[in-house]
Design a binder for this molecule. Structure first.
Ligand code: CU
Length: 163
C-alpha cells in the first residue's frame, strides 16, 4: 500500500469523526439540560360539583405546553376517582359521543382547552362526592419529564348539562 494513500484515508476518517463529535454536541447538551419546572401548565381549572351518588365528574381548564418540545401525557390520576382520563365530545351519526383521548400529546406551545361540550377531564369511579369549595388534586405523568401536579377547586354549575 502506498503510504500517502494510507495517511489520506486516515485523515479523512479522523475528520469525519471530529465532525460527528462536533455536530453531536448541541443535541447532547439539550438532553442534559435539567427541567426544574413542569413543561405543562393548567390554568382556569375547576371540577364540576356532582350530586351525591354520581359515578363520574368532569373537570375543565386550559392545558398548555410551555416548553419547546412535544409533551405526551402518559397517565392521569387523582385521589378523587379510581380513573382519570381526558375525554373528547364529538358528534357522530347525529349523536354527541364521548371517548377517551389515547396518549394526549401537546406540541411545543400548544394549548388544549378543556370545556363543556369539548375536551374535558373525566373522573370515573368517584371515591367521594365533589362539592363546591372542595379541592381536587390531580397528577399528570409526562413522557420524559417529572410529573405535573395541580389543585383544582370544585364549583357548582347549576343549569348546565352533564358535560
Ligand atoms: Cu367524559
Amino acid at each position: 500500500m502506498n503510504p500517502n494513500t494510507f495517511t489520506a484515508r486516515h485523515s479523512l476518517r479522523m475528520l469525519s469523526l471530529l465532525l460527528t463529535l462536533t455536530l453531536g454536541l448541541p443535541a447532547i447538551s439539550n438532553a442534559e439540560s435539567p427541567s426544574a419546572s413542569s413543561p405543562v401548565e393548567l390554568t382556569d381549572a375547576w371540577v364540576r360539583a356532582t350530586p351525591p351518588g354520581a359515578g363520574a365528574a368532569a373537570g375543565y381548564g386550559t392545558l398548555r405546553n410551555t416548553s419547546d418540545r412535544t409533551v405526551r401525557i402518559t397517565a392521569l390520576s387523582s385521589p378523587l376517582s379510581k380513573k382519570l382520563e381526558i375525554h373528547e365530545m364529538k358528534m357522530a351519526g347525529g349523536q354527541m359521543q364521548m371517548r377517551a383521548v389515547a396518549d394526549p400529546t401537546l406540541a411545543p406551545g400548544e394549548t388544549l382547552t378543556l370545556q363543556p361540550g369539548g375536551f374535558h377531564l373525566m373522573f370515573m369511579g368517584l371515591n367521594s362526592t365533589p362539592q363546591a369549595g372542595d379541592q381536587v388534586e390531580l397528577t399528570l405523568e409526562l413522557d420524559g419529564g417529572s410529573p405535573a401536579q395541580f389543585t383544582l377547586p370544585v364549583r357548582d354549575a347549576a343549569g348546565m348539562s352533564h358535560h
